[in-house]
Design a protein. Structure first.
Length: 253
């Protein structure tokens, strides 16, 4: 079943801009701090841990000073369904890496996923989401290529010429025994082939089956504020439906 996840979004300038907006870091200090060079260093930086404390303390879940967040393990690549695969481009892999995710844990057991993208000066955290789906599914699919079909929030693992489900959304799409890679390609081509970048659907300004302007006005996470849009991922295949279902959470000081 698709679950609701709270996302803390840090827009195109990454985590430092979010800290400035929260008043946790003066603008001058932010300008003097270079991006961390690796995903792990970005995820475990003092600035990130401070923001995680605020995130875990949202809605009074626990005291900010008691959150004691830590990063558990190495980051993992997060892949999403590739538009080239949907379009039938020869040799195109089923999915492509869009960001890396690290698991963060609070003192009370809460978990969060830190999304990092590579910027010119190094890796930066751009999103914090409740739960550790990205890392958990990567662990479940070891030995294969784990990826997500964002339109239905389904997680799969490709093993050779087979696509196997990792969650109930994927089971509903391909069955508990999975399907062949060729059959999966036929399914997504039928579902999304007319919604690829450059299509009439894309030119209308729609993404993921929603209207961007209306979604933004309603307060949902949309447009350049998401890691997907910030990385230039565009249109339906690259706009994560689950992200749009999450409400923005801006922890207060």
């Amino acid at each position: 079943m698709t679950t609701m996840r709270t996302v803390r979004t840090a827009a195109a300038l990454g985590l430092l801009s979010a800290l400035v907006a929260l008043g946790a870091l003066p603008a001058a200090a932010a300008e003097s701090l270079p991006p961390a060079p690796t995903p792990e260093q970005a995820a475990s930086s003092p600035q990130t841990l401070d923001t995680l404390s605020r995130f875990f303390a949202r809605d009074g879940a626990l005291a900010r000073t008691a959150a004691a967040p830590r990063v558990d393990g190495a980051s993992v690549p997060v892949r999403v369904l590739s538009p080239d695969f949907v379009a039938g481009k020869p040799g195109a892999p089923v999915a492509r890496v869009e960001f890396r995710a690290s698991r963060a844990v609070a003192s009370d057991g809460q978990k969060a996923s830190l999304w990092t993208v590579k910027q010119p000066g190094g890796w930066q955290v751009v999103n914090i989401a409740t739960g550790d789906d990205e890392i958990r599914y990567a662990e479940m699919g070891r030995g294969g290529l784990v990826f997500r079909e964002p339109q239905i929030d389904a997680w799969y693992v490709q093993k050779g010429a087979k696509v196997l489900p990792l969650d109930e959304d994927a089971v509903r799409a391909v069955g508990r025994d999975g399907t062949s890679l060729a059959a999966y390609r036929s399914r997504v081509a039928h579902a999304y082939g007319d919604k690829l970048p450059g299509s009439a659907y894309a030119r209308k300004g729609a993404a993921g089956g929603y209207d961007v302007k209306a979604t933004a006005e309603s307060g949902a996470v949309a447009g350049g504020g998401t890691v997907m849009a910030g990385a230039g991922l565009g249109v339906v295949l690259l706009a994560a439906t689950a992200t749009l279902r999450r409400r923005r959470a801006v922890p207060r000081a």
